[in-house]
Design a protein around this ligand. Sequence first.
Ligand code: BGC
Length: 714
Amino acid sequence: MFITMKKNYNFFIRHFLVLGLFAWLLSACQPKTEHGKFTNNLMAKMTIEEKIAQLNLVTPTSKTGPFATKNVLEKLKEGTAGNVYSIMGSPEFIHERVSLADSTRLKIPFLNGLDIIHGYKTVFPIPLGLSCSWDSVLIEKTARVAAIEGSAVGYNWTFSPMVDITRDPRWGRVMEGAGEDPYLGSIIARAMIKGYQGDDLSNPSSLMACVKHMGMYGASEAGRDYNTTDMSRLTMYQNYLPPYKAAIDAGVGSIMTSFNDIDGVPATANKWLLTDLLRKEWGFKGFVVSDYNCIQELIAHGVAANYKQAAELSINAGLDMDMASESIVASLKESIGEGKVSMKQLDNACRRILEAKYKLGLFEDPYRNYDPKRAEKVILSDNHKLLAREATCKSMVLLKNDNNVLPLNNESRIALIGPFANVKNQMFSMWAFRGETDSVVTILNGLKKQSSKVTYAEGSFVTNEPVFLKKSRAYYNEEEQKEMLANALDLAKKSDVIVAVLGEAMNMSGEAKSKTDISIPDCQRELLKKLKATGKPVVLVLINGRPLILLDDLQYADAIIEAWRPGTMAGDAVADVLFGKYNPSGKLTMTFPRSVGQIPIYYNHKNTGRPYVDGQRGGLMKFKSYYLDELNAPLFPFGYGLSYTSFEYGDIVLSDTLLIGNDKALEAKFSITNTGKYAGEETVQLYLNDLVASVARPVKELKKFIYNLENQKN
Ligand code: BGC
C-alpha cells in the first residue's frame, strides 16, 4: 500500500511539476508590459500580409534619395505600406494622407517620418556648427523646438540625430554630425534624443528619434559617400561606436542602418552589427530601419543575387523595417513559405514597430499631435527665433583676429561683400528643406539693424569651377563676374573695414556631396585677394558645411569667423558677433587641415613608434613619421577657438599622482582668469594621455569639459 501510494504520489508530483513548468513557461512568455499585451492582442488579429506591411516604409518624394515610391497613396490606403516619410505640405495636406490608415482593415496608424535635422521651420545652425558650442543644454533645447514644431503638423518620427564620427572633411555629410570626438559626440547624441523624445514619447510635442547611421558610416573611405569602411574592432569600440551606444542608453526609439559595409558585410545585412552588438551586447529594444533603398543595394554590394535574397539576408540579420526598397513587402511571404525566414523573425520585427507606435500613443489617438492651431502658434515663434539666434551666436568660431580687428565699431563704414551676404536660402543646408526661407534674416539685414553705415556688393559668383557648374547647373559669367568685382572694389575703397562673406554653396555639402578640393571656390578667393589689396582690414565670415582648406586664405584676412550654415537668424547672430554684442566662444569639433593630403586628420591619433614634432627636421630626424612637403599639424585643431578676451589658466593641481582602480576619481583643480578687456565665455577641456598601456592609446583624449564657463573681465 505504502509502495503503491508512493508510486502514485510520484506520478502526481511528476505531472504536477510538468504542468507547473508548462504554466510557468506560458506565463513567462506572456508579455508583462501594457504595450506587450496590447501588441500581442493586435498581432493575433493580423494576417501575414498585414504584419509584413508594418515593415514597409514608403515615400512620395525623392527629395532625399534616388527615387520616390510609386503609387504611395494607393499603398497607404490598401494597407500594403504601414509607414511613410517625407510627406511635405500644409498640416491639412499631411493629415489627409496619414488619415488613409483609417481605410485599412485594422486601422493601424502610420509612423509619419521626416528628416528634421536642424530645425523644422525655425532653422538652427547645422549640427556640426551646433556642436561647436559644446553646450549640450542648448543643443537639447534646439532639438526640443524642432520636435515642438514638427509634431504640431503631424510628424511623429525624425531621422535624427546623425552621430557618425567624422575625420574626413571631403565627406559632404560631416555637416550633419558632431565632429570627430566620441566623448563629445556621445554627450550631444544624448542631448538631442532627450530633446526630441522628451520624458514621454506619447506627449503630443514629442518626436521619436532615429539615431543614424549604424555603423561607422563616417569612415567612408577617401571621404567618398557610400564608400566602404574598414577598421579594427579597437578603433570601432574606442572611437566610432560610443555615440550610437550613448543614444541607445538614452532610450532612442529607432536606429537607421548605414550604406557602407563593415568587414565586407553591408550594415543592413550585418548580423554581428544588428543582432550580436545591438541587441545582445547593448540590449537595444527599439526597431531598426534600413537607410534609403539599402536592401536593394545589397545586390550592387555583391552580397545578394536578387531582392528576395537581399530581404532575407536583412531580416535574418536583425533588420525590422525597409526604407523605400519594397523588397520585403514583395518577397517575405514567399521566403517564409520556403522556410528561409522564420515567422518568428517577422513577428519580432512587426512587434517592435507596433510597440513604437504604442509608445508614441498612436493607438490611443493616431493624430494626437496634429494640431494646426498649435502649429500656427509655435512655428517660428519669437521664443524659437530667440533660441536660434543664441544657438547661432554660440556655434560660431573665431579662427583669427589679428590686431583685434574685431569686434567692429558700429560707427565704422563697413563694406559688406560676397555672394552669401544678401541671400536667404543659402543660410540653410540641404537638410533644412522644410525651413521657412522667407523668415531668414540675411547678413546684410542683420548688420543694417545694428549699424547705419553698411554698404553692400555681391562681389562674385559662388563658383566658376567647371565640374561643379556642370553637375549643379550653377550659373557663372565672366563679364558679369568682372563687373561685380569692380563694384565691390569701389565700395571697399570707400569703407573703413571690409566684411567678406564667402564660402560654399548649400549644395556643396551634405549627402552625396563629397569633394576632393575643399577650398573656397576660385572666383571667391580671387575676390578676397583683391579686397585685401585695397589695404583695408578684411574680416572673412565663412558660410560652409565642412572644414575648409584655408591655408592660403589666411594671409588675405585679418579676422576669420567660421559661421557654418547659420540658419534662420543668420544675420542677427553674425551682427551680434561682429559688433561684440556676443563674444564668440565656439570651439572647433573637427580639425581643419592645412592641405587635403593630410586627410584623414584628427586630434586623438596614436603616436607611432617614430613620432615627429613639426620643426624638428635635420639629420637626426631621418626616418620619422612626417610628410616631406607638409607639416603634421593641422591648420586649426579640434578644440580651437578664439575669443575677444583672453583667459589665463593656472597650473593644474591633481588630487593624486596615481589613478588605480575603476571606482577612483581624480580631481583636477585649476584657476582661470579673464585677463582681457571683454566679458567672455570659455569651454575648459580636459584631455588625458595614458602613457603606458597594453594597447597604444591616443596622444590625447577628451575626458571632460565645462562649457561656457562665464568669466567677467578683470
Ligand atoms: C539618408 C538618411 C535619411 C534618409 C531619408 C538617406 O538618403 O542617408 O540620412 O534619413 O535618406 O530621407
